[in-house]
Structure formats: C-alpha cells, structure tokens
Design a protein around this ligand. Structure first.
Ligand SMILES: [Cu+2]
Length: 259
C-alpha cells in the first residue's frame, strides 16, 4: 500500500495491484471514477494552505471513506526529483473539501498523492496530481543509491532488495548513538510507514507492513519489516516515517531494482 502503506479494512485491496490496466498507483489524476481536484496547482514557496477535493463518479465531492491506518486520507507530497517528502493528514470539511497546511521550502516541481479508500469503491486507490511551486529553481539529480540514512542522530539501515514483479521483504533497522532503538512508538497503527516512489514517473509503490503494534509478535524495533513489490526495473526512493521520543522523523533511501 501504501503506503504508507496503509492497512485497515481495505488492506490487501490496494490500488496498483488490481486495476484493469495493471498500472501502478499514483500515475493518474483520475482513476476508477475518482478524481483528485486540487484547488490550485501552482503555489508560492513557504507556508500555505492546500485545499482539494476527491470527486466521485457522480462528480460530487466524496465524504465517506474507509479508514486506512487510522486515517480517511493520507496525503503524500514529494519533489519530482525525490529530494523532499512530506506525509500529512488533511482535515475534511462538511462540504467535502480537504485542507492542510503545507510548508514547501522552495520552487520546483512536486507531486501530490492522495491515498484513499472511498467507501463506495470498497478498495484503495492512489491518485496523483502535479503541484508547482513558483520561482526559479535548479533541478537536482535523484540522490545516489544508499542504504543508510542519518536523521536527527538516528541511523537507519535498509536491508533487502527490490525485484521487479516480486514481493520482497525489506527491513529497516533504527539505531541511535550506536545502540538499537527498541522502544519505537506506534504511529498510525504501525511502527513505521514506508512509501516507495519510482524515479522518472513517480509511480507509487504499495508497501505492506509486516505485523503491527499489539499483535503479540511485532517488536517495537530496532527492525521494521515490510513487503514491497515494485512494478518494474528502475531507481526507487523509499521514505520511512518512524516515531520515537514523541517525534515522527523520515529517513530516505535510494534503491535500484533489476538490471
Ligand atoms: Cu498517512
């Protein structure tokens, strides 16, 4: 999934695996009758409020959703070069308008993903739309392949390979000051959320967490295990959200699948 990879009642029915064309999720602004309708597709750098609606097959804003990992909608924003990533949870107004505060730091090309399970659809769909932040900017290369990232003093290591067309186990291990972190906090019903995006077209790869807090077998670190299936060869960027010390942090990795 999602996933962030989102479980819940719709788990196992994530978009990207089941649509007729076999397309990965996130590539389309409109899919399965549902459309991501951004209020604005060009914004200025800095703090702003992004508003959007999910339009249903009848053209009306959707207000009934099945929660995925405790939320009705997960919004992912990424720079197209995959050098920036935000995972936020907008609020739904009575009129079907979602709204969220965003603080995108600089000009550039961004992609917005809405991960949802409309109640009437009965499964997950990931819609994607372009968002431009105005101003001059210099495109950057996708970060080089790396399986270790350090964020705020946490060293996160990724083990596992991505193989096109196969569900593979990926384990992320969290250390701090050289010691394994064994008291990760649940965040949205999991010890970690992993979103994997393909460089070049930003295909959104669904990732399923292996186990969840309170199931009696899943330890709160240092390892967090996922199953990921990438749709083809290419370069992928994986973003892990994890919570410790009451703060959610994101570690990022670049992986090459196949060939
Ligand atoms: Cu989320």
């Amino acid at each position: 999934m999602t996933t962030t990879t989102h479980s819940g009642p719709a788990q196992g029915h994530h978009a990207g695996h089941h649509d007729a064309g076999g397309l990965p999720g996130g590539l389309q602004i409109s899919q399965d009758g549902y459309t991501l309708d951004l209020d604005r597709s060009i914004i200025r750098p800095g703090a702003t409020r992004l508003r959007f609606r999910i339009l249903g097959p009848d053209g009306a804003p959707v207000t009934a959703y099945t929660p995925l990992h405790d939320r009705d909608l997960h919004l992912i924003v990424a720079r197209r070069e995959l050098t920036g990533f935000w995972h936020v949870h907008p609020e739904l107004g009575d009129d079907g308008t979602w709204s969220v505060r965003l603080d995108l730091p600089g000009a550039g090309a961004y992609r917005v993903f809405a991960d949802i399970a409309p109640e009437a659809l009965g499964r997950t769909v990931t819609l994607g739309a372009d968002l431009a932040v105005s101003g001059p900017y210099e495109p950057l290369p996708v970060p080089a392949p790396a399986t270790v990232d350090v964020v705020d003093g946490y060293e996160v290591t990724l083990a596992g390979d991505l193989v096109p067309g196969e569900a593979r186990e990926i384990t992320l291990t969290v250390h701090r000051d050289g010691a394994p972190v064994t008291d990760l906090q649940p965040y949205l019903a999991a010890y970690g959320h992993l979103v994997v995006l393909r460089a070049g077209d930003l295909a959104y790869v669904h990732v399923h967490p292996d186990g969840e807090p309170g199931d009696g077998v899943t330890a709160p670190g240092p390892g967090i295990t996922f199953h990921a299936a990438v749709p083809g060869p290419g370069t992928y960027r994986a973003f892990l959200d994890f919570k410790h010390g009451d703060t959610v942090r994101t570690a990022a990795f670049t992986l090459v699948a196949g060939h």
